[in-house]
Design a protein around this ligand. Structure first.
Ligand code: ADP
Ligand code: MG
Length: 612
């Protein structure tokens, strides 16, 4: 029973298009706000009800639509923005497909009230489904106000699919923030029923707007990326990127703009993660707003109806430009996180930081006090203090020293001897730098230092290895024998030589000299590598030949070879480790992205002691 071929009705065509352009309230808002920007608006106000399902109204002060063109505005494939194929080569407006209003009108009740500068009255057009009324005179200021009611009223399946009111409102906020980032000179507001969700003042300073969007809390933690390569006619990269501690589990806080348009681009997200590799957890994404300027002829924005995906003519150049610019910024920055101390007199600090902050602010004179509960198992580190530095002793000293206490030599043995490097609890190193006091996690820093050295070394050729006098034989599964094959190249680079010795055994013939020197057990190391190759966790689930796999392996080596928490270090070793800290890159974080150091600034100390 064959059904004859028929041309689809315009309503159906628009509804199908709507499936691509308007899948939820936030995409309606996106299209309407983009239209307002294309109309040259300086102020865009958005109001929603019911998370946008009941009502979305976008009001602008742009150029307006003449009354006689209103029916065209809601007609499919009608646009004022492009007219020739060549225009597609270099699109300068946010919209150009001429289908948004038609699509929206096909799935909602739409009213457009608009007035141009030339006209002294406004006109209103009402459209819903395939019913479009003739424009009627109305009263309104210059500009356009589009109201969209009961979205998906005629496509109930879709309407049911919408998420909760607050989640849709959240998406709408996100869309407006994204667009607003690229248009600082325009004022944006968002109201949901009686609540103001957003109010972004117009500014000529893109940095100001970026901070307004990324959040004032984040402001002190943002670094400016400024790569003036655009001056040379290539790709310009500007932006604000968060310090590693602002990284988030989702990519939602990484905003990417291309020529003023928010885009989603996996290659750029990848470049960003790559720039932060080793500074943040591998699964995290940095918080940032990145703006790219590229010759419009070098990119195709006409890939997807929602225009969030783009196609670059030379994607690798874009990847490189972002990676280079962001990496340079991070390397130039001092990434030691400042210790967030509560101000004096404030309520008890919350868990987490509290142990540290009460230790330092409340008991700075009790380095020699008996270990507190829970610390009794830790080795004592009181070598530099007298054993009696309680506040009472300090008063006695002050009294004894008379009116000019600081001109007199301080009696040694009464006050802790000044030292500039101190190992505490055989785990942390306390020292100073120009800004204040540094607390270093000895294992994390040593691991980072060795990782960087190994990484640099391995780019120059395979690591030195040492032949084993007697090969180490390990018992393995047949699957692990296969895995050994996959690891050949990687093993060659790091100086491991191993081969099957029967169906269930592997013989390790050579091992990196470096690991030998740090007494790492060859059998343990190779077993762990095989296990990771077998369960597919090496190289972020990729193959063992990737850079990621190499870097994870070097990281594993560094971790095994590094001093552990609890290892006592000689003063020379401490000094040397801290000296390396100055020399290697990314020394502020261990290869897993955890910080190696914390800083308490002099300002914080002054505040804590009531001096500031
Ligand atoms: P596109 O934006 O791709 O051109 P739309 O369906 O979104 O397609 O809009 C159709 C046309 O309606 C636009 O080309 C523009 O001329 C006009 N228009 C839509 N919204 C506005 C607005 N807020 N101010 C002025 N003109 C508008
Ligand atoms: Mg449009």
């Amino acid at each position: 029973m064959r059904v004859p071929i028929r041309v689809l009705s315009p309503l159906l065509i628009n509804q199908i298009a709507a499936g691509e352009v308007v899948d939820r309230p936030a995409s309606v808002v996106k299209e309407l706000v983009e239209n307002a920007l294309d109309a040259g608006a300086t102020r865009i106000d958005v109001a929603i009800e019911g998370g946008g399902r009941e009502l979305i109204r976008v009001t602008d002060d742009g150029c307006g639509i003449p009354a006689d063109e209103l029916p065209l505005a809601v007609a499919a494939h009608a646009t004022s923005k492009i007219s020739r194929s060549e225009d597609l080569e270099a699109i300068a407006t946010m919209g150009f497909r001429g289908e948004a209003l038609a699509s929206i009108a096909s799935v909602a009740r739409v009213s457009i009230v608009s007035r141009t500068r030339e006209s002294d009255a406004a006109a209103e057009l009402i459209a819903q489904g395939d019913h479009i009324e003739a424009p009627r005179p109305a009263a309104a200021p210059i500009g356009t106000s589009v109201t969209v009611r009961t979205l998906f009223f005629n496509t109930p399946a879709r309407r049911k699919f919408l998420k909760s009111e607050s989640s849709e409102a959240g998406r709408i906020t996100d869309v407006i923030e994204s667009i607003a980032l690229g248009h600082p000179q325009v004022r944006f507001s968002l109201r949901s029923e009686a609540r103001t969700l957003l109010d972004l003042a117009a500014t000529t300073d893109p940095k100001r707007r970026a901070i307004d969007v990324l959040g004032a809390d984040a402001a002190p933690q943002l670094l400016e990326v400024d790569d003036d390569a655009a001056a040379e006619g290539s790709i310009g990269v500007w932006g604000l990127v968060g310090r590693p501690e602002l990284a988030r589990p989702s990519a939602k806080h990484l905003r990417i703009h291309l020529n003023g348009r928010p885009i989603a681009d996996r290659a750029i997200i990848h470049a960003m993660r790559e720039a932060y590799r080793g500074l943040i957890a591998p699964s995290a994404t940095p918080l940032a707003a990145i703006f790219l300027q590229i010759d419009p002829r070098e990119v195709d924005v006409n890939v997807h109806p929602a225009k969030t995906e783009v196609r670059f003519r030379q994607p690798s150049l874009v990847h490189q430009a972002v990676l280079r610019a962001v990496r340079r910024t991070l390397r130039a920055a001092d990434l030691v996180p400042a210790f967030d101390l509560p101000g004096p007199g404030s309520a008890a600090p919350s868990a987490g930081v509290s142990a540290g902050s009460s230790f330092f602010s409340g008991s700075s004179s009790t380095f020699s006090a008996p270990p507190r509960a829970g610390m009794s198992g830790m080795p004592s580190t009181t070598t530099h203090s007298s054993g009696g530095a309680s506040p009472i002793v300090y008063r006695e000293i002050a009294d004894a020293l008379g009116p000019k206490p600081w001109a007199e030599p301080t009696p040694l043995g009464t006050i802790a001897r000044p030292v500039d490097i101190l190992q505490i609890h055989a785990s942390y190193i306390v020292t100073q730098d120009a800004d204040g006091m540094l607390i270093v996690d000895q294992h994390a820093l040593h691991e980072r230092v060795m990782f960087e050295m190994l990484f640099e070394r391995v780019t120059r050729g395979p690591l030195e290895r040492q032949r084993m006098l007697v090969p180490a034989i390990i018992e393995v599964s047949p699957r692990e024998i296969e895995a050994l094959d996959e690891l050949t190249t990687l093993f060659a680079r790091i100086g491991v030589e191993a081969e099957p010795a029967g169906p269930r055994a592997i013989a390790i013939q050579a091992f990196p000299s470096f690991l030998f020197a740090r007494s790492v057990d060859p059998a343990d190391f190779v077993r762990e590598m095989l296990a990771r190759a077998v369960d597919g966790t090496l190289g972020r689930g990729g193959t063992a030949d990737t850079e990621a796999a190499l870097s994870e392996t070097l990281d594993m080596m560094a971790c095994k070879a590094a001093v552990k928490a609890g290892d006592r270090m000689t003063p020379e070793a401490l000094r040397e480790l801290l000296a390396w800290r100055e020399r290697v890159e990314r020394s502020t974080n261990c290869p897993h992205g955890r910080p190696t150091s914390l800083r308490i600034t002099l300002r914080d100390l002054e505040r804590q002691f009531g001096r500031g």
